[in-house]
Design a binder for this molecule. Structure first.
Ligand SMILES: [Zn+2]
Ligand SMILES: [Zn+2]
Length: 244
């Protein structure tokens, strides 16, 4: 009966889409079909194992990932490109103080996970430094992790902590960036030992952040690490991005 009422209310236009705020919502906080259409969702089949993006060469990784050293994780999945409406969605959640946008994102991520058949035991979110936490009052990746855990039925373990705040990466040269990231994560929960981990981050740019986090998990006995990110930065704007 409840389901019938929700559908009826949605049909009457009672709910608003959380992204465009027009009357196209479905009462489950999912984004409306028009907004969804504007997202550049990435294909699950034929994806790059380094960043989750489209393969644009004859090799197993995309041309961008070829420029980076071998990743410590074995697979990556990205929900969409970090551009257009997808970029707005993530930036609103992160910097626009709109944590409610984490739900539609988590639902999209769960959809991609099901489609990929990716297997894992636990979800580990990439942490933020407490100083960033104070600025924002929530950790968007942790929030996504909690929602994704309820969508997938797999537990979330906050196994990592950020030991120092890394400056926004666009302000640093590649060598400096790597130096800053080195040892910037520490394990704080040993229950990940022997587990297959799904490492969750919001935006993947160079893959340096998730690589550093994955190394720390593997060093401490994780069985394997796979990466799930909400969006990956497309090649053209990668150089000027603020994310890791
Ligand atoms: Zn919409
Ligand atoms: Zn790639």
């Amino acid at each position: 009966m409840k389901e019938f009422l929700r559908r009826f209310a949605a049909w009457c236009g009672f709910f608003r889409c959380p992204l465009c705020e027009e009357k196209g919502g479905n009462g489950r906080n999912e984004i409306c079909p028009e907004c969804r259409e504007q997202l550049e969702l990435l294909p699950v089949k034929g994806r790059c194992r380094g960043c989750g993006g489209r393969i644009d060469s004859a090799l197993a990784v995309c041309s961008n990932c070829m420029a980076y050293p071998e990743r410590p994780y074995c697979d990556a999945l990205a929900v969409m490109e970090y551009s257009g409406a997808g970029r707005t969605l993530i930036r609103q959640m992160k910097f626009g103080n709109r944590p409610e946008l984490a739900r539609p994102l988590a639902m999209l991520a769960a959809e991609k996970l099901r489609e990929s058949g990716m297997e894992f035991d636990v979800i580990v979110p990439v942490p933020i430094h407490w100083r960033r936490f104070l600025e924002r009052s929530y950790n968007q990746t942790e929030l996504l992790g909690t929602l994704l855990a309820s969508e997938t039925g797999k537990p979330m373990i906050k196994a990592l902590k950020k030991t120092r705040a890394t400056p926004h990466q666009s302000r640093l040269k590649k060598s400096k960036r790597q130096k800053f990231l080195k040892n910037s994560f520490a394990l704080c929960d040993r229950s990940i030992e022997g587990k297959n981990i799904l490492l969750l981050d919001d935006v993947l740019t160079t893959g340096a952040t998730v690589s550093t986090a994955a190394k720390e998990l593997l060093k401490n006995g994780a069985n394997s690490v796979k990466v799930l990110c909400c969006a990956r930065t497309p090649l053209k704007i990668r150089m000027s991005s603020r994310n890791g």
